[in-house]
Design a protein around this ligand. Structure first.
Ligand code: UT7
Length: 325
C-alpha cells in the first residue's frame, strides 16, 4: 500500500476593490496600452486598509473546505505560502488554524514569494506521504499592494491581492498510477545567487520595515522563460508523460508573455491555459490556486484532468507540480 495526496476541493477570494489600468494612469506615469501590451494585465484587486492577508486566506480556505465537504476541525496541517504575513511572527497559518477551530496538528508559513504555492504543495505532499498529516489545507495568500513603491512605475502596475486554497487528503492506494487522482510529483528549485534580481528592500533584522519591491524586470523575464521551460520538462519526464498528456496548464500569472512562452514550449494552444492575469495581475503565491479555482468553477477543469502547475518568483525560486484533478 502507498499513501498519496489527493486534491479534494479548492476555493479562492479576491478583495472587492477593483483597480483598473486607467485608475493607475491617474496617479502613475503609465498607460492602459503599455500595461496590456507588456503584461496582459487589465485590472487588479486591492485589499482594504483593514483587510489582512489572513482575512483573504481564511475566506479562500472556507470556500475550499465547503467545496471539499470537509469541516475545518478535521484539518491537521495548514501551510500558507505568503510573503506578506499579518505579523512578522507568528505565522499567518496559525491565525487560520485559530479561526477554523483546529487545536491539533501543525500550521506554518512558507516564504518562496511567487513560487510559494508550489513550495507549500510540495511540503504538504511529502508530509502526507510520510504519514505525518491526513487532511491538509494549502493556501497561497498575499497582499503585495502593501509592498508597492508608487514612485516606481516599472513594478507598481504589476501586482494585485488575493488568496486561493486547496484541501489535500491522504488516500491509500495499491500503487500510484498517473490515472489516479492526486499529486503525481512536485519539483522545487532556487538559486540564491540571483536574489538581487527581485527582492523587497525591507526586513525585520535590517530596516525593521516591510520595504518595497525592487525588480530587474527584463532579467527576471529571461530567467522565468528558461527556468519554467526546464521545470515543466523535468515534471513530465519524471512521470514518463509528454506534452500531449496535459489537459490544462495552470501557470503562475505574472505576465501573459511568459505564460505564452511556456505554453509554446509545451505545444499547448492558449485555449488549454487557465488565464487570469488580465483580471488579477500578479497575486504572488495566490495566483495558481486562484487560477485553479477559476478553472474548476467555470467548468473548464473536470475530474480526471491532468494539470501542470508552474511558478517562478523572487529568490529566485521556481517549481512545478503535476496533478491529476
Ligand atoms: O512573479 C515574479 C516574477 N516576475 C516576473 O515574471 C516579471 C518579469 N518581467 C516582466 O514581466 C517585464 O520585464 C516587465 C513587464 C516588468 C517590463 O516589461 P519590458 O518589456 O521588460 O519593459 P522594460 O522594463 O524594458 O521597459 C520598456 C520601456 C522603458 O522605457 P525606455 O527606457 O524604453 O524609454 C520603461 O521606462 O517601458 C518603460 N516603462 C513603462 N512605461 C509605461 C516601464 N514601466 C512602464 C509603465 N508604463 N508602467
Amino acid at each position: 500500500m502507498k499513501i498519496i495526496s489527493q486534491l479534494v476541493g479548492c476555493g479562492s477570494y479576491l478583495p472587492q476593490n477593483v483597480v483598473t489600468n486607467e485608475d493607475l494612469a491617474e496617479k502613475v506615469d503609465t498607460t492602459d496600452e503599455w500595461i496590456i501590451s507588456r503584461t496582459g494585465i487589465k485590472q487588479r484587486h486591492f485589499a482594504a486598509e483593514d483587510e489582512y492577508t489572513s482575512d483573504l486566506a481564511l475566506k479562500a480556505a472556507n470556500r475550499a473546505l465547503e467545496h471539499a465537504g470537509i469541516d475545518g476541525s478535521e484539518i491537521d496541517l495548514i501551510v500558507v505560502g505568503t510573503t506578506t504575513p499579518d505579523r512578522t511572527f507568528p505565522a499567518t497559518a496559525v491565525r487560520i488554524q485559530k479561526h477554523l477551530g483546529c487545536r491539533s496538528g501543525a500550521a506554518f508559513d512558507v516564504q518562496a514569494v511567487c513560487s510559494g504555492f508550489i513550495y507549500a504543495l510540495s511540503i504538504v505532499d511529502s508530509l502526507i506521504q510520510t504519514g505525518q498529516a491526513k487532511t491538509a489545507l494549502v493556501i497561497g495568500a498575499d497582499t503585495l499592494s502593501r509592498l508597492l513603491n508608487w514612485e516606481d512605475r516599472t513594478t507598481c502596475v504589476l501586482f494585485g491581492d488575493g488568496a486561493g486554497a486547496v484541501v489535500v487528503k491522504a488516500v491509500e492506494v495499491e500503487e500510484q498510477s498517473p490515472d489516479e487522482p492526486g499529486i503525481l510529483s512536485t519539483h522545487i528549485h532556487s538559486d540564491g545567487n540571483l536574489e538581487d534580481l527581485l527582492y523587497c528592500d525591507g526586513g525585520a533584522s535590517t530596516t525593521q520595515t516591510a520595504g518595497y519591491i525592487t525588480m530587474a524586470g527584463k532579467e527576471v523575464f529571461r530567467h522565468a522563460v528558461t527556468n519554467l521551460a526546464a521545470v515543466v520538462t523535468e515534471a513530465l519526464a519524471a512521470n514518463d508523460l509528454t506534452d500531449s498528456d496535459i489537459d490544462w496548464l495552470v501557470p503562475h500569472q505574472a505576465n501573459k508573455r511568459i505564460i505564452d512562452s511556456t505554453a509554446k514550449k509545451l505545444k499547448m494552444p492558449i485555449e488549454k491555459v487557465i488565464l487570469t492575469v488580465q483580471n488579477h495581475a500578479n497575486t504572488s503565491a495566490a495566483s495558481i490556486p486562484l487560477a485553479l479555482d477559476h478553472g474548476v468553477r467555470e467548468g473548464l477543469i473536470k475530474k480526471g484532468d491532468l494539470l501542470l502547475m508552474e511558478a517562478m518568483g523572487g529568490g529566485l525560486t521556481w517549481g512545478a507540480a503535476l496533478v491529476r484533478w
